[in-house]
Design a protein around this ligand. Structure first.
Ligand SMILES: Nc1ncnc2c1ncn2[C@@H]1O[C@H](COP(=O)(O)OP(=O)(O)OP(=O)(O)O)[C@@H](O)[C@H]1O
Length: 353
């Protein structure tokens, strides 16, 4: 099912818009993450998709049907919440079959379907157990199977992994990806964990400050952030941000003058500051002094002191020891200029959405 928002706004108090100008299309069969800081509007957006919350303005479509005024029930969405909300007194099999029982599906048929779903989510060896006897990850699997029981139009997951430990979170995010590709159901997933979103999503919607900051593939968000917020929010280590004035002299001739004049901030990814460009396209060569070097496992980082700014690089482990200063290349990929409003005005690849 394709989901379209046209000029949607939502106000909780009738005065201030918590969200506004929401215009997007979630393609049929996609796995989309809603990502953003706390209070950015992820749950609000999800609740408008599900029908639990009516928009204050604008229209919502499922395929070509206007569902703006339809209830959650009529929209036939499947939902999974972070607390799973399983029925503690029912077995795994009965939990999965429960929505079908409510829909008066015959016993033999509903158990057949529930067993198929249990196999899909890999809890088919736990059918007689009660939720209390399952691990967090297994409970999550049962909750997903139950949400899929009535072949929903969409599968909506609100921070489904937040109650799991770090190892299980990684296992379950891969499982959600697998289950989604096997069923093909359009899935919308809320998370505040960029790693989670980057690993499993076809597209990520970054929500903050009442707006969609960018809606794009994980690759595009990283390689072509639409603005300073996205550049800082996506990527680890956090992108280097320096005042444009610091570097303008080194960029003359490479960046057109009219763009350089408007540039307020420069973003440079830590892997784009290198000692040897190896034939890759560069935008500048900086003469800088090496600061502190750190080694964490396989990752080696070094700081550079450049015109009073500190830049972090992950690519300088080959620096000869004892070197104090050197010339460092800035690669074109991972180099961005932002204007006064934080908008990208130079760098990045052409956008794919
Ligand atoms: N029922 C409500 N009444 C009034 N304001 C609300 C209500 N629910 C959310 N808000 C406000 O709307 C904004 C967006 O909240 P929302 O829960 O959608 O954000 P979120 O991105 O899901 O955050 P989190 O990651 O903390 O869950 C916040 O400022 C929040 O305080």
């Amino acid at each position: 099912m394709k989901v379209t928002f046209k000029d949607v706004a939502l106000s909780y108090d009738g005065k201030v818009n918590t969200l506004e100008g929401l215009n997007f299309e979630i393609p049929d069969g996609a796995l989309v993450s809603l990502l953003g800081p706390s209070g950015g509007g992820k749950s609000t957006t999800l609740n408008m998709i599900s029908g639990l919350l009516a928009p204050t303005a604008g229209k919502i479509y499922f395929d070509d049907q206007d569902v703006t005024k339809q209830s959650a029930l009529a929209r036939k969405v499947g939902m999974v919440f972070q607390n799973y909300a399983l029925y503690p007194h029912l077995s795994v099999l009965d939990n999965i079959a429960f929505p079908l029982k409510m829909a008066r599906v015959k016993k033999a048929e509903r158990y057949k379907r529930a067993r198929e779903l249990a196999t899909l989510v890999h809890v088919d060896d736990q059918l007689d157990k009660k939720p209390g006897d399952l691990s967090g990850g297994q409970q999550q699997r049962v909750a997903i199977a139950r949400a899929l029981a009535k072949s929903p139009s969409l599968l909506l997951l609100d921070e489904p992994l937040s109650n799991l430990d770090a190892r299980l979170r990684i296992e379950m995010r891969e499982e959600i990806r697998r289950i989604q590709s096997e069923t093909g159901v359009t899935t919308i997933f809320v998370t505040h964990d960029q790693d989670e979103a980057l690993h499993i999503s076809d597209h990520i919607m970054v929500l903050a400050d009442a707006h969609i900051q960018q809606f794009a593939t994980p690759h595009t968000l990283y390689a072509s952030p639409a603005n300073e917020f996205v550049a800082k929010f996506i990527g680890s280590p956090v992108i280097n941000m320096i005042k444009a004035d610091t570097m303008k002299a080194d960029l003359a001739g490479v960046v057109p003058d009219e763009i350089l004049q408007k540039a307020e901030t420069i973003g440079i990814r830590s892997e784009s500051i290198v000692l040897h460009d190896l034939g890759r396209k560069i935008v500048a060569t900086l003469h800088a002094e090496i600061g502190a070097a750190h080694q964490f496992g396989r990752e080696a980082t070094a700081t550079l002191n450049y015109n009073g700014e500190t830049l972090l690089s992950t690519e300088l482990s080959s620096m000869p020891t004892g070197t104090k200063t050197g010339d460092f290349s800035i690669l074109a990929t991972g180099f961005f200029l932002f204007d006064h409003d934080g908008k990208l005005i130079f760098g990045g690849e052409s956008h794919d959405e």
